[in-house]
Design a protein around this ligand. Structure first.
Ligand code: SAM
Ligand code: SF4
Length: 443
């Protein structure tokens, strides 16, 4: 067998695409852990922020000496940077053999064939989604899977002013429901107990396609699959979160009580310039409605600080929104210019040092809120799906609550893949710690 080294940057969608790439070539290649051992190196890239893009150039640049030692080595740059930069990658990194955009990763075998026949380098950045793919996804870390990603749509039509995704992943297309259900059934047969349905905006699933169910109806169909214990999904655009979906979240038992609902900013002026298509008031009203329907729901969000034209007063509005919603966790970023994204042309940029100051303020406030929420779990029994041993401490098991909190706990026997009750005894900033109480399912 030949060997392949795969490095994935960025979001869950990229992780899913990397698993697919491996599934497509696994009869010919086995996974290896070091680039120097590999016959094929695939770097699956992210271009959502400049820093992620720079990391890719750094890593692929360093592979030049390997290619010099072994000219047969094949190097592929895949994903969003590949789409965005296309031919420019070959100019900057002439040792690269394949440049495959996010929708071309499914055509990896054809690209490899061409390179092997000496017809490279191959550049494929065509937007041509192919949802009819092999249904077995070996996990890249080689472990028995407990949870898995399932892509339900490609691309995005929203064109938020800061975002490169509509340009790198193309227009929004939903995957046929029967393909999604078949894939999940197949995963469940392999032992998967939890799926995360993926799309840039899953709330608009099926709206463009004739005869497709709404996302809420799709959730109800997925919930019929026997042996699937938990359903999660990401990402939800607040403008498309409707009552039908809120009801589905509240009353489908398998749907976990966690919603990632990116708000980005707390000020209406900034939200408008970002082209988010909701106001602070509309967002807060939806949060209130959801919390009424689903008392246990736990919210997380994304925040951008330093968007062009953002004033200190706008930042205060973001901070006050964080206090009002009390997210369990946030992912916060300094705004970064992206090619083609509209905000790149905006003139009133916020200086880097000021962005850093604003980010620190957001972090400080959120750390306190997260800590308080984590502490509120102490003394409670929670349901945990056990994913395996903790990476940092082999004597502990690790898993997640329905609210998506990481729990590390002590417990005897092989608990992987089991649904258990854990009594929470203490907490840190990023995880809860406890003791096994009993096994609920999976014995
Ligand atoms: N479709 C999802 C959504 O709407 O939230 C995910 C988009 S993106 C992959 C994930 C997050 O990156 C966004 O929610 C946003 O907070 C952040 N992001 C996107 N473009 C950015 C930029 N130019 N600068 C800083 N952060 C950015
Ligand atoms: Fe980017 Fe906005 Fe689409 Fe999310 S919804 S991928 S932030 S354009």
């Amino acid at each position: 067998m030949k060997r392949v080294f795969i490095r994935t940057f960025g979001c869950q969608m990229n992780e899913y695409d990397s698993e697919r790439m491996y599934a497509l070539i696994k009869d010919e290649y086995t996974l290896c852990q070091e680039p120097k051992e590999a016959d094929l190196i695939l770097v699956n890239t992210c271009s959502v922020r400049k820093k992620a893009e720079e990391k890719v150039y750094g890593l692929v640049g360093r592979l030049k000496h390997l290619k010099k030692q072994r000219p047969d080595l094949i190097i592929g740059v895949c994903g969003c940077v590949a789409q965005q930069e296309g031919e420019k990658i070959l100019k900057r990194l002439p040792h690269v053999d394949m440049v495959l955009g996010p929708q071309a990763v499914y055509r990896l075998p054809e690209a490899l064939e061409k390179v092997k026949k000496g017809q490279g380098p191959v550049i494929d950045t065509e937007f041509k989604p192919d949802f009819h793919q092999p249904l077995i996804f070996p996990h890249l870390n080689g472990t028995r899977p407990v949870k898995a990603f399932v892509t339900i749509m490609q691309g995005c039509d929203n064109f938020c002013a800061y975002c490169v995704v509509p340009y790198t992943r193309g227009r929004e297309i939903s995957r046929p429901p029967e393909e999604i259900l078949a894939e999940i059934e197949c995963l469940v047969k392999q032992g998967v107990r939890e799926v995360m349905l993926l799309g840039q905006n899953v709330n608009s699933y099926g709206r463009k396609e004739k005869g497709f169910p709404s996302f809420a109806k799709l959730l109800r169909e997925v919930a019929q699959i026997k042996g699937l214990w938990r359903i999660r999904f990401t990402t939800s655009h607040p403008k498309d979160l409707d009552h039908e979906l809120m009801e589905a979240i509240a009353d489908i038992p398998q749907v976990c009580e966690h919603l990632h609902l990116p708000v980005q900013a707390g000020s209406n002026r900034v939200l408008k310039r970002m082209n988010r298509k909701y106001t602070r008031e509309e967002y807060l009203a939806k949060v209130e409605q959801l919390r009424k329907l689903c008392l246990e729901i736990c919210l997380t969000t994304d925040i951008i600080v330093g968007f062009p034209g953002e004033s200190p007063e706008d930042v205060e509005e973001t901070l006050s929104l964080l206090k009002e919603v009390r997210y369990a966790e946030i992912f916060s970023f300094k705004y970064s210019d992206r090619p083609l994204a509209r905000a790149t042309q905006f003139e009133d940029k916020v200086p880097e040092e000021e962005k850093a100051r604003r980010l620190a303020k957001v972090h400080k406030l959120q750390e306190k809120i997260t800590r308080e929420i984590n502490e509120s779990f102490i003394g409670r029994e929670v349901e945990v799906l056990v994913e395996g041993k903790s990476h940092s401490n082999e004597t502990l098991w690790t898993g997640r609550t329905r609210s998506n909190h990481v729990v590390n706990f002590e417990g005897e026997g092989d608990l992987k893949g089991k649904l258990v009750h854990v009594l929470i005894e203490s907490c840190g900033q990023h995880s809860l710690r406890g003791q096994l109480v009993n096994i609920l399912r999976g014995e």
